[in-house]
Design a protein around this ligand. Structure first.
Ligand SMILES: [Zn+2]
Length: 287
């Protein structure tokens, strides 16, 4: 039977009723006990992927978000709608392992926060803690284009995916800041002017000197520009799928734009904007 992931993991609909899906319930109990034993979201996700168990039929890979979602699901102890999958003891053991919401920002979040901007109005996104202790990320404009409860963990995971994406698409990164050839043309024109002036019998030395100096500085800027572009390309090539390298991200990206919970674009240090489309949470596609 095709699974519908609008139903929480561990359940299926049978005869119009929500019932326990045996295999998935088994996986849920495994996740809770591994977490209670001290394994990280990431480690659990890796083990699940290796075991061949799937979150969805078309998704062989598990990620931290999927594991976190299951560990945060409140239905597994049983509710009016959802039959119980977990014993209270196991749920409690896992809960005790859960890190409390980080009231202090981790060093990674501290580094990433200045890069996050609202994709609609361009304001820098802010992070607040709700009374419940959850992190809320929001756009500070009156309209509040963004106002979502997102764990720091989710932001970091998304950034890790973005990092891998940029590394893979390193070839699309422009070397030069200017898209047109204006500098090129300017240099050629000035060079011509100098050649022309030198070929004359009467040379206006002061004027010529000025042009030569100007040409030199433009040539220098041109080389600098290219060097910076090459450096950016090299740094981006160093980024890989994991682990998350916030320092390198800060050196290569000036803005990550968000709409709702999706990363919609990045602006690189050379001013180049790379549009992203978050077709499905956790997956970034080039527009
Ligand atoms: Zn906004």
């Amino acid at each position: 039977m095709a699974k519908n992931r609008h139903i929480p993991y561990g359940y299926k609909i049978a005869n119009g009723k929500t019932v326990v899906e045996g295999q998935e319930a088994e996986t849920i109990r495994k996740i809770y006990s591994q977490y209670a034993e001290g394994l990280s979201y990431k480690k659990i996700a890796e083990l699940l992927t290796e075991s061949g168990i799937r979150y969805m039929p078309d998704k062989p890979e598990w990620n931290k978000n999927m594991v976190a979602r299951i560990l945060k699901n409140q239905n597994y102890l049983g509710t009016a709608k959802y039959p119980a999958i977990l014993e209270k003891g196991l749920q409690k053991a896992a809960k005790q392992m859960a890190k409390p919401y980080t009231h202090t920002e981790s060093p990674d979040i501290k580094m990433l926060k200045p890069l996050l901007f609202c994709g609609v109005c361009g304001e820098q996104i802010k992070r607040r803690l709700k009374i419940s202790g959850e992190e809320r990320w929001y756009c500070p404009s009156d309209v509040k284009h963004i106002s979502v409860t997102l764990t720091d963990e989710a932001i970091l995971e998304e950034t890790e995916i973005l990092q891998g994406y940029l590394a893979e698409n390193e070839s699309t990164i422009r070397i030069r800041k200017n898209t047109d050839n204006q500098i090129d043309i300017g240099i050629i024109r000035m060079q011509n002017e100098i050649d022309h002036a030198l070929s004359r019998t009467e040379v206006n030395t002061a004027e010529l000197q000025k042009t030569i100096m100007e040409l030199a500085s433009r040539k220098y800027a041109f080389i600098q520009d290219a060097n910076e572009g090459e450096e950016l390309k090299e740094k981006i090539a160093q980024l890989s799928n994991s682990p998350l390298d916030c320092e390198l991200i800060r050196e290569t990206i000036t803005q990550i734009q968000l709409e709702h919970i999706n990363f919609t674009a990045v602006i690189l240090n050379n001013g180049q904007k790379i549009p992203l489309q978050d077709a499905e949470k956790g997956e970034i596609h080039l527009e």
